[in-house]
Design a protein around this ligand. Structure first.
Ligand SMILES: C[S@@+](CC[C@H](N)C(=O)[O-])C[C@H]1O[C@@H](n2cnc3c(N)ncnc32)[C@H](O)[C@@H]1O
Length: 172
């Protein structure tokens, strides 16, 4: 039973990483377009900033003062389209995802003039940052892909662990 559980978790992670890594092998347009289907990388980043402003920044804004001094974490940053939006409001943005295309995303964000971020690959269930080190965690259209309630619960515990006192979480 234990190994069936682990297999299911591993399959979930392998399925996503293979799909995303294969897209990157075709070319960068296919990779970035997969996350927003706009057909155009510039458009993907514009809509990402728009989605970030409406669905994350707007609801949390009454509760988070001085965003320009805060560190936030994007769980499941994908191609970085939302993270690109977050970089414009916050001091530092950490992106965590299971895929291995950190460098491709970093290069694209740098080319767009963004440098206040750090991208990390994780194991699909824990968040590799220190306890009490982040002011806000957000995640956009990621949790509906998580097939195991154990992973879901683990991520909630991880979010509580890494948030500073009075930190905020926003899961969409
Ligand atoms: C639909 S995409 C959304 C990407 C990004 N948040 C956006 O809005 O463009 C889902 C993302 O979740 C990531 N993901 C799936 N399962 C995950 C897990 N268990 N832990 C972390 N990321 C995961 C995938 O690799 C993918 O990048």
């Amino acid at each position: 039973m234990q190994s069936e559980e682990s297999d299911k978790i591993r399959n979930h992670i392998v399925g996503f990483t293979e799909q995303i890594d294969n897209n990157a092998k075709i070319d960068k347009d296919v990779f970035f377009n997969w996350f927003n289907q706009t057909g155009n990388i510039d458009c993907t980043f514009v809509r990402g900033a728009w989605d970030f402003a409406i669905h994350i920044a707007n609801p949390i804004s009454p509760y988070l003062k001085k965003p320009e001094e805060k560190t936030v974490l994007d769980l499941g940053y994908g191609g970085g389209r939302m993270l690109g939006g977050a970089c414009q409001f916050f001091s530092k943005v950490i992106g965590v995802d299971i895929h291995s295309q950190n460098e491709l995303v970093q290069k694209e964000l740098n080319a767009r003039g963004l440098n206040n971020f750090h991208l990390l690959q994780n194991d699909g269930r824990s968040i590799p940052v220190e306890t009490d080190s982040v002011d806000m965690v957000y995640s956009f259209i990621v949790f509906q892909h998580i097939e195991k309630i154990e992973i879901f619960k683990n991520y909630l515990n991880e979010i509580f662990r890494i948030l500073r006192p009075s930190g905020l979480g926003c899961i969409y």
